[in-house]
Design a protein around this ligand. Structure first.
Ligand code: NDP
Ligand code: 2IT
Length: 445
């Protein structure tokens, strides 16, 4: 790392003790930024990096609710409003028992650069709770969401901060959150949340957008080597929103997707995953991958194993942070891997990224490859602002153009900074310069 940035890094790490994921995300970005500061000493003088690493506002609150047996439950809610240089804070809410400030901050920090790369007018933020929706009834989830919004509503708004979904937060939760916001504020403010249902202000393609976008970005990387998804053997991790839609899009482009996972295990379906059945099991019945195996012959279920033990030419990690380590990366590379597109946020460890890059594997980092979700959220905001709704075809074309544009920006930036094909460098510098320029222009705030 550039010596001038090391001092800033050390201060940031010391000021934020115990936040391992936030540290990891910061260090990864800093490692790319030396060459930018050679060209732009004004960024150092204006302490852009120090300011970027300190969220503009952090909100932590109590979320009391009552479970179906009448017992009082207490969770912790978070919203980190990280950077508003380019637009209102924008980013998802994650409901998962592992959520704590360090996770919300890593996600919010990454979101700043991701959102900048989309070219849309959105700043960076993230939120969530350590609430575990698994095994909870609809009524419990509704009461939790209502309590969560009863505090959150005062901090958000169409022009202030616009949350959406992430792990554990999908259409059902956004519905309950929107209902409570509307009730408290007495405003039908569609643009305050994205990922809404299609009949009440949502956008077509938003549910598919992250998975579709990840595959579109990865296809663009493959094209630079004269290749495509057609005929690739693909392994996807996760079996939630991002994973399912990545599987569907990869198959539409001619790939054979043979495996996916949940936190209990993984399946191998050599005939190709049946996405219709997967949607039925996961989205309609809210079941587990184990249930898929019971309904289809010729499928292997491996309890508690790593899906990265399955050979692939293209890997799409779409579950969670640090799910693919150096050992798994080395095994994939040995077995013929050519490309990785990160549908999840920071799923590859630092060691894994180094293994991929040293082996010449095409590697699309999450902040570029999974930006299609938030970009389509921004398209939802556009539709809300103009009280319009667009067709599936039009919206999907906008998403495709945005993903091709992000790929181009990352590739061109990597070329410009003398490291062709390094999408990590391209994404970090491309996103950073846009935000830094806006921060300089807006003065010391
Ligand atoms: P979902 O809640 O729909 O699905 C999450 C999937 O990942 C589930 O299969 C879940 O398994 C698995 N998973 C979650 N946590 C863990 C864990 N600790 N260990 C193993 N598996 C785990 O979430 P999404 O699909 O929306 O999100 C997946 C990833 O994509 C996240 O990293 C998210 O930040 C990122 N992302 C999401 C976007 C969106 O629009 N939704 C946009 C951009 C990025 P199980 O059910 O067993 O917990
Ligand atoms: O990580 C992400 O980009 C998301 N979870 C989507 C955020 C959004 O505002 O649509």
């Amino acid at each position: 790392m550039d010596a001038r940035l090391e001092a800033v890094r050390d201060t940031v790490l010391a000021r934020n003790p115990g936040e391992a994921e936030f540290h990891q995300a910061v260090v990864e970005v800093f490692e790319s930024l030396g060459p930018v500061h050679d060209r732009h000493p004004e960024f150092l003088e204006a302490a852009i990096l120090e300011r970027l690493c300190e969220p503009e506002r952090q909100i932590i609150f109590r979320v009391p609710w009552t479970d179906d047996s009448g017992r009082v439950q207490i969770n912790r809610g978070f919203r980190v409003e990280f950077n508003s240089a380019l637009g209102p804070y924008k980013g998802g809410l994650r409901f998962h028992p592992s959520v704590y400030l360090g996770i919300v901050k890593f996600l919010g920090f990454e979101q700043i650069f991701k959102n900048a790369l989309t070219g849309m007018p959105i700043g960076g933020g993230k939120g969530g709770s350590d609430f575990d929706p698994r095994g909870r009834s609809d009524a419990e989830v509704m009461r939790f969401c209502q309590s969560f919004m009863t505090e959150l509503y005062r901090h958000i708004g169409e022009y202030t901060d616009v949350p959406a979904g992430d792990i554990g937060v999908g259409g059902r939760e956004i519905g309950y959150l929107f209902g409570q916001y509307k009730r408290i504020t007495n405003r039908y403010e569609s643009g305050v949340l994205t990922g809404k249902g299609i009949s009440w202000g949502g956008s077509l393609v938003r549910p598919e957008a992250t998975g579709f976008g990840t595959v579109i970005f990865t296809e663009e990387m493959l094209k630079t080597r004269g290749s495509s998804f057609d005929g690739q053997r693909v392994v996807v991790s996760g079996s939630g929103n991002v994973a399912i839609n990545a599987i569907a899009k990869a198959q539409a482009l001619g790939a054979n997707v043979v495996a996916c996972s949940d936190s209990s295990g993984y399946i191998v379906d050599e005939a190709g995953i049946d996405v219709g059945l997967l949607r039925q099991v996961k989205e309609v019945e809210r079941g587990r991958l184990k249930d898929y195996v019971l309904r289809r012959s010729g499928v292997a279920y491996v309890e508690a194993g790593s899906v990265w033990d399955v050979d692939a030419t293209v890997a799409l990690p779409c579950a969670t942070q640090n799910e693919l380590d150096g050992g798994a990366a080395a095994r994939l590379v040995r077995n013929g891997l050519v490309a990785v597109g990160e549908g999840a946020n920071m799923p590859s460890t630092r060691d894994a990224v180094a293994v991929f890059q040293e082996a010449g594997v095409l590697f699309g980092p999450g902040k570029a490859a999974n930006a299609g979700g938030v970009a389509t959220s921004a398209l939802e905001m556009q539709q809300n602002a103009s009280r319009d709704s667009w067709s599936f075809e039009h919206t999907e074309q906008r998403l495709t153009d945005i993903m091709v544009g992000i790929h181009h920006r990352c590739a061109a930036t990597a070329d410009e900074y003398g490291d062709p094909g390094n999408y990590v460098l391209g994404a970090n510098i491309g996103g950073f310069v846009k935000v830094a320029d806006a921060m300089l222009a807006q003065g010391l705030i």
